[in-house]
Design a protein around this ligand. Structure first.
Ligand SMILES: Nc1nc2c(c(=O)[nH]1)N[C@H]1C(S)=C(S)[C@@H](COP(=O)(O)OP(=O)(O)OC[C@H]3O[C@@H](n4cnc5c(N)ncnc54)[C@H](O)[C@@H]3O)O[C@H]1N2
Ligand code: MOO
Length: 388
C-alpha cells in the first residue's frame, strides 16, 4: 500500500495534458482557456456618458444652457458645444467635444430648449473615460477556468473564437454480475449500478466528456469485450472488481490486455483497492466498487487528474481547516476520509462511516481528512476538510 500523496504523484505522471482547440465564444463557458488572449479593442472606445442627462462644459447651480442637439448610445452628436450650450445625452452615448460634465436630468429644470441646473447638483462628471475598462492588447491569462463573467469580458474584448483545452474523454466501466441499470428490474440478488452515475455527473461537472460503457460481467470474456470498447478515451475508469476476491478480475484482465500497472492499493479509507496504470494511449484508474469508496476516490483522485489534463495544474483536491463540532476517536493506519457536515459550530463527523452508505454520503458536504494514526481529537480542535 502506498500513501495517498504518492498515488497522486503516479496519477499526475500518467495524466497527459490535452491539445488546444478553438470553440465559438458561446460554447466556451466552463472550458479552460489554454493560452492568453488579447483584447482587440479599447473599451469604451470613446468617452461615454454614465447617466441620462445633459452634457455641458461647466456645471454649477443656477447656470442656464440652450440644448442644441442629442447624443444617444449608438448615435453620436456630430458637432461640439460651446459656452452656454448643452447636449441632451443618454447613458452609453459618446461624449461630444467640449462636454466636460454630464448633469443628470434629475438635477435640471427644463423649459423648452433651455435648462437650468438646480441646487441639487451632485458630485462627479458622470463620464467614463476612453479605455476606462481596458485597452486594446490587455490580456486574459491562461490557464483559466472560464466562468460567465469571463465570457462577458471576452465578448467585450471582441474575441469570437476561444482557444480552450480539449475536454478529456472518460470511459466509465461498471463491473459485476449483480448490477443492473437504473430503471431496469433487478433480480432478487441484484442491485442498481449507482456510483457509475455519480461519477458520470462528477466528470461532467469537471468539464470532462464521460461515456458509459455496458456493464462488464464478472468473467474474463465480458471484461475483455468491454475493455475493447474504450475507443480513444483519455481516461478509462473501472468500478468494482478491484479487490482480492475470486471474482475481482479487473487487474488481471487489464494486465493481460496491456495495462502497465503503476500501483495497486492505497493506504486510505475508503478506497484501499485503488489501482492505476497506462492502458494503451489512455490512463486507467480502477476504483473500488463500494459506492462511497468509488465516489470518494472520484473526488480525491479523478478530479485532480481531470484538472491536470485540462491544464489547470497538478494539485491535490483543495482542503481547508475547520474546528471539530464534536470529538472524533483515534484513527487507524490508513488516511481516513470521513463523511461529515459543516455546521455553524464546525465539522460534524457522522457516526456511520461504512463505505456502502450512499444515504450518508448524500447528507455530507465535506470529507474530514484524518492522517494515519491520528490521535483522538476533542471538540474545537482543527481538522482538514475537503468540500464535496
Ligand atoms: N478479503 C478482503 N475483502 C475485501 C477487501 C480486502 O482487503 N480483503 N477490501 C474491501 C474493500 S476496502 C473494498 S472497497 C471492497 C472493494 O471491492 P471491489 O473493488 O472488488 O468491488 P466489488 O467487490 O466488485 O464490489 C464491492 C461492493 O460494491 C458494489 N458495487 C460494485 N460496483 C457498483 C456500482 N457500479 N454501483 C453500485 N454498487 C456497486 C458491489 O455490489 C459490492 O457490494 O472490497 C472489500 N473486500
Ligand atoms: O477501501 Mo474500502 O474502500 O474501505 O470500503
Amino acid at each position: 500500500m502506498i500513501p495517498v500523496s504518492e498515488a497522486l504523484d503516479h496519477l499526475f505522471t500518467l495524466a497527459r495534458p490535452l491539445e488546444i482547440e478553438e470553440v465559438p465564444l458561446r460554447e466556451a463557458g466552463g472550458r479552460v482557456l489554454a493560452r492568453p488572449v488579447a483584447a482587440r479593442r479599447d473599451q469604451p472606445p470613446f468617452a461615454a456618458s454614465a447617466m441620462d442627462g445633459y452634457g455641458v462644459a461647466e456645471a454649477a447651480p443656477g447656470l442656464c444652457f440652450t440644448v442644441i442637439g442629442e447624443a444617444a448610445a449608438g448615435r453620436a452628436f456630430p458637432g461640439s458645444i460651446g459656452p452656454g450650450e448643452a447636449v441632451r445625452i443618454f447613458t452609453g452615448a459618446p461624449v461630444p467635444d467640449g462636454v466636460k460634465t454630464v448633469v443628470i436630468q434629475e438635477d435640471v429644470a427644463r423649459d423648452g430648449d433651455v435648462i437650468t441646473i438646480t441646487d441639487r447638483l451632485g458630485d462627479g462628471d458622470n463620464i467614463r473615460p476612453f479605455g476606462n475598462d481596458f485597452r486594446a492588447g490587455m490580456t486574459m491569462d491562461a490557464p483559466r477556468l472560464l466562468g460567465p463573467q469571463d465570457i462577458a469580458l471576452l465578448a467585450s474584448m471582441n474575441i469570437a473564437r476561444v482557444p480552450v483545452t480539449r475536454r478529456p474523454q472518460v470511459a466509465l466501466i461498471s463491473t459485476g454480475d449483480e448490477l443492473v441499470m437504473p430503471g431496469e428490474e433487478p433480480g432478487p440478488d441484484q442491485i442498481i449500478a449507482s456510483n457509475t452515475f455519480g461519477l458520470y455527473a462528477l466528470m461532467q461537472e469537471l468539464g470532462a466528456m464521460p461515456r458509459l460503457l455496458p456493464i462488464a460481467r464478472d468473467n474474463e470474456a465480458s471484461l475483455r469485450t468491454v475493455f475493447g470498447m474504450v475507443g480513444d478515451a483519455d481516461l478509462v475508469v473501472t468500478i468494482g472488481g478491484a479487490s482480492v476476491g475470486d471474482h475481482d478480475l479487473v487487474a488481471p484482465v487489464a494486465q493481460s490486455m496491456g495495462l502497465e500497472r503503476a500501483f495497486h492499493k492505497v493506504a486510505m479509507r475508503p478506497g484501499k483497492p485503488l489501482m492505476s496504470g497506462r492502458f494503451g494511449n489512455a490512463m486507467m484508474v480502477g476504483l473500488p466498487g463500494n459506492p462511497v469508496s468509488a465516489m470518494v476516490c472520484g473526488h480525491v483522485f479523478l478530479a485532480p487528474v481531470i484538472r491536470a489534463m485540462l491544464g489547470l495544474g497538478a494539485r491535490p483536491a483543495p482542503r481547508e481547516t475547520r474546528p471539530l463540532a464534536a470529538p472524533v476517536p483515534q484513527n487507524g493506519p490508513r488516511e481516513h476520509y470521513m463523511r461529515g457536515k459543516l455546521t455553524p459550530e464546525g465539522v460534524m463527523v457522522f457516526d456511520r462511516q461504512d463505505s456502502a452508505l450512499l444515504s450518508v454520503l448524500g447528507a455530507a458536504d465535506v470529507l474530514a481528512v484524518r492522517p494515519p494514526h491520528d490521535p483522538a481529537r476533542a471538540l474545537g480542535e482543527p481538522i482538514d476538510v475537503l468540500r464535496l
